[in-house]
Design a protein around this ligand. Sequence first.
Ligand code: KIV
Length: 261
Amino acid sequence: MNVLDFYTMKNLKQKISMVTCYDYTSACLLSKTNIDCILVGDSVAMMIHGYNDTLSATLNMMTIHTAAVSRGAKNKFIVGDLPFLSYRKSLSKSISAAQKLMKAGACAIKLEGAAGNIKLIQHLTESGVPVMGHLGLTPQSIHLLGGFKIQGKTDREADRINESAIALQEAGCFALVLECVPNMLAKKITESLNIPTIGIGAGPFTDGQVLVFQDLLGMQPTFKPKFLKTFADGFNFISNGIENYISEVKNGEFPKDEHCY
Ligand code: KIV
């Protein structure tokens, strides 16, 4: 997969699959799957570091995780997320932040929102850095949005998201994440853009889907947003493995002769 394949897949109506990943071991696993694209999302702050939101992700954190993922999945298209405020201080600081993620092994960067980011996106794309946009529920703005809520429900909000999507395409984004917006708004945006849309909580009409690795594998059984489908019972599969290990240690079944030097 390279950046041009995103357009080709949209034109051929082939759905794009994207999943988040934050560590080397999971990246090695993903490298052996048919996943089209890996996102080192700032959700790392929540999924790996245990914070309540993505605001605690830092550029150093994103760089370390991007580098680990790129060592494990050299054959995959990796998108690195620019963290909260790292691209809002000045053009020069924003370019340096993007440079850090690209040098760590990202093939593209992702940033949230359109307003105030257009010049940066133009500058990055003119400098050889592919940019993925992100509209709808933009988690770095949860305090402004009043929480993790569906966006674009009113005509006014929907028009604003639609206009932002066109602005991102015109600025040079090669793809766009649409998070938690009504299906019909996602459909309208997807049909009006030449670049692919990748949805999460945006229904079936986007050009692709993205989910968080731990979510799709059912690692947190209490996390059940409406948009999520779990494709494995990861929590029970792993805890059963750990319990089996504990009981074999306790009853002396492990290690056996075959495990000894
Ligand atoms: O950080 C992340 O995981 C994301 C996805 C939800 C799109 O931005």
